[in-house]
Design a protein. Structure first.
Length: 142
């Protein structure tokens, strides 16, 4: 099903597929690795800042992980979660759609992903390091 989704997406948009080693192992083991769309940009796991740049520059994200659901909720990036349900609440009333493995939900999301776009809630003027420093400075009375 995921390979079908990838083919659907890659027929309309550029597709970047982050291939985990475990995924590559099973795609090879079951001799279906060749079913990854030929025009897909297949990349390995990335360091966090580079990965977030890829996410922030994408049209939308399709994932099976709650962590990425949470990251996209902060960015306001449309996100389709390939699960029946999720333990995370971030983005559920906005940019995140749970697929429930329903073909109609998946196709609707791909066609209408822009309706899930939200404004980023990340304040680019805030520096977590500066906040930590200020708190430590106050505690230590520096």
């Amino acid at each position: 099903m995921i390979l079908e989704i990838m083919n659907e997406i890659s027929s309309k948009y550029d597709l970047t597929f982050v291939m985990h080693n475990t995924t590559k192992y099973y795609l090879t083991k079951y001799d279906i690795i060749h079913e990854i769309p030929k025009n897909a940009n297949v990349i390995s796991l990335q360091i966090y800042p580079k990965f977030m740049k890829i996410i922030s520059e994408s049209r939308f994200v399709v994932t099976d992980g709650g962590g990425l659901q949470e990251e996209t909720s902060y960015l306001g990036k449309p996100c389709l979660v390939l699960r029946n349900l999720t333990e995370r609440k971030q983005g559920l009333s906005g940019n995140v759609k749970i697929s429930k493995f329903d073909e109609n939900i998946i196709k609707d999301f791909i066609q209408n992903y822009k309706t899930y776009q939200r404004k980023s809630i990340i304040d680019k003027d805030v520096s977590p390091s500066k906040k930590i420093y200020e708190n430590i400075k106050d505690i230590c009375q520096l």
